[in-house]
Design a protein around this ligand. Structure first.
Ligand code: SF4
Length: 350
């Protein structure tokens, strides 16, 4: 029987994730507080992790109501801008890279977002990345304003192939605005990852969503499929989850048809990706440490099997979520020998 145990990737030094494993191998995992004020540990390749990127959560407020939202119910207040600026300064002091990413909630709810970008540039960040549903960028003036302020790349959410399915999943009517926003940002030279959180309503639509991103290449540098973090709204709507096996089957079809826009994956156990390991965000960024400043955000605890500790991907693979194992059981994992391949990053966006 597979025994699932602790995994440290989701917690910084001194704040390890932990899990209680019962005699059935079922894990009662504890959520961990993510307050990454120090670099994460070096990777399994024993190279020093370089502290490249600073990630800052600006607010948890959002105007969408995604069915599988993992931060649903957190504060609806915007982080005070002086706190944002202080955290940016601390990030700049500790990081060696030139990129800062801003996420939420929905960061475009902030009227001071352009000021935040300008301050990031003043502090020396050369690349400014934004996680957004993209709806507000349908307003060309707004898109131009943020690009002038410093926006260089974005990750845009698109969770359905049709307006109906995307709106239904996101709990709002904004799909057409998001596609218009992608078009505006593409014409302004912003590179983008289009991201889909896998769920029951879109598992059979991935190919269609992918095809819709192609006209925006090369501005769209990646189409990414992310497995949901199972907490908060995702716990309430767990009937919207699909098994990893089902998701991987559809991903295999996607990899087979991929053309100009590469396919990315996030939060999938790396060994399940078979020959498509390079699609994994965790694998591509395995030699980089993150610098994430946030006092409130917590992540669902992650677990790995005993076999994982002999796997080349052990240090950076996110393994499984304990709640996933409870709902679907553990998939068959295949530990991998150490890989020598060089890390290949997308040039302009994560
Ligand atoms: S065997 Fe390796 S790749 Fe698979 S879940 Fe465990 S650590 Fe991840």
């Amino acid at each position: 029987m597979t025994t699932w145990a602790q995994v440290g990737r989701t917690a910084p030094p001194g704040r390890e994730a932990f899990a209680e494993v019962d005699t059935q191998g079922v894990v009662e995992a504890k959520s961990v507080q993510r307050t990454w004020l120090t670099p994460q540990p070096p990777s399994s390749l024993n190279k020093p992790a370089s502290l490249e990127d600073v990630w800052l959560i600006l607010n948890y407020a959002c105007d969408a109501r995604c069915k599988l939202c993992h931060i649903d119910g957190l504060s609806t207040k915007l982080k005070p801008v002086d706190v944002v600026f202080a955290q940016m300064r601390e990030g700049r002091r500790q990081s060696v890279g030139g990129r800062i990413g801003f996420s939420g909630g929905e960061p475009t709810l902030r009227h001071d977002l352009p000021d935040i970008f300008v301050e990031a540039k003043r502090l020396g960040f050369k690349r400014i990345h934004l996680y957004t549903h993209g709806r507000k960028f349908a307003d060309r003036d707004y898109a131009e304003r943020l690009v002038r302020a410093g926006l260089t790349s974005a990750q845009i959410s698109m969770h359905g192939a049709s307006a109906e399915s995307n709106n239904e999943f996101m709990g709002y009517d904004g799909t057409m605005e998001t596609w218009q926003g992608i078009a505006n940002l593409a014409s302004l030279g912003v590179s983008m990852v289009v991201n889909t959180v896998l769920n029951k309503s879109n598992v059979d639509e991935l190919k269609q969503i992918y095809l819709q991103t192609l006209p925006f290449a090369p501005a769209v540098v990646e189409y990414r499929v992310t497995y949901p973090i199972i907490q908060r709204a995702a716990l309430r709507n767990s009937d919207s989850l699909v098994s990893l096996e089902q998701g991987i089957d559809r991903l295999d079809e996607l990899f087979a048809m991929a053309t100009t826009v590469p396919i990315g994956t996030e939060l999938f156990p790396i060994c399940l990706l078979k020959s498509n390991v390079e699609s994994s965000v965790e694998w591509r960024f395995r030699n980089q440490a993150d610098f994430m400043i946030d006092a409130e955000h917590s992540d669902s605890a992650r677990i790995q099997a005993a076999e994982c500790f002999g796997c080349a991907h052990h240090e950076y693979c996110t393994g499984l979520q304990s709640r996933y194992v409870r709902q679907f059981g553990a998939p068959r994992i295949r530990p991998r020998p150490l890989e020598q391949a060089t890390c290949r990053l997308p040039a302009t966006a994560q």
